[in-house]
Design a protein around this ligand. Structure first.
Ligand SMILES: [Fe+2]
Length: 215
């Protein structure tokens, strides 16, 4: 008989021990773990509808991908995910980047206050999830030679009004009932996830860049 994967609480305890300094990890704490940055829909005028149509049709333009297509060297994250039961189908997504379609992205990047912004549109079909993780921005730190990844911010822009089944979790905070154009962000290394258990594609745009100085 095949050995059963390690019991889930065992994996959680390992993560909590490894990252204890970075986050509270008390699932019962009623904390607000993300920030609302604002709403950019009005500011984009007629471009907004073009952007949302583009994201909706993204499954016709690009091949689907998943976390399993990008194994990191000396990193056992994918092996852990597979042991938990995740696979390429359940974690699939369609995505594309601002350097490929600058005319679609540039007005959005300009509407955000991040410095040297890079954009990514994500189209997640019903049934697909991006499991609990945090971002290290390795691609961005290499490209822009950033020494401290804490200076990098990621904004998530929701492209449509919220509908049932579309969710994000940031830290302990469930994100739902957003409006099209709402922008949120969260602290570096805060764990988060996104899930589409609804009946329509979930469309988001991420912007990654250096956070402006608040002084
Ligand atoms: Fe992420």
């Amino acid at each position: 008989m095949e050995r059963r994967p390690i019991r889930s609480r065992g994996i959680l305890d390992k993560i909590v021990a490894e990252e204890a300094a970075d986050w509270h990890f008390n699932p019962m704490l009623k904390s607000d773990d993300y920030w609302k940055i604002g709403n950019i829909r009005q500011g984009l005028g007629a471009h907004w509808d073009r952007l949302v149509d583009f994201a909706f049709d993204l499954d016709q333009r690009v091949d689907r991908t998943s976390a399993f297509d990008y194994p990191l060297t000396n990193d056992d994250t994918l092996a852990r995910l597979a042991a938990m039961g995740y696979d390429e189908n359940g974690t699939a997504l369609f995505r594309t980047f601002s350097d490929v379609f600058p005319d679609v992205f540039d007005p959005v990047l300009a509407a955000c206050d991040l410095i040297d912004p890079v954009g990514c549109i994500i189209h997640q079909r019903p049934g697909w999830t991006n499991p609990w993780h945090y971002d290290l921005f390795e691609f961005y730190t290499k490209k822009f030679k950033v020494k401290d990844p804490k200076s990098i911010g990621r904004y998530v822009v929701f492209l449509e009004d919220w509908v049932w089944g579309h969710y994000m979790l940031v830290g302990n905070s469930v994100v739902h009932q957003w409006r099209a154009g709402d922008v949120i962000s969260w602290p570096f290394k805060m764990r988060h996830l996104s899930a589409n258990a609804g009946l329509t594609p979930k469309l988001t745009l991420q912007v990654t860049g250096k956070r402006p100085s608040r002084e």
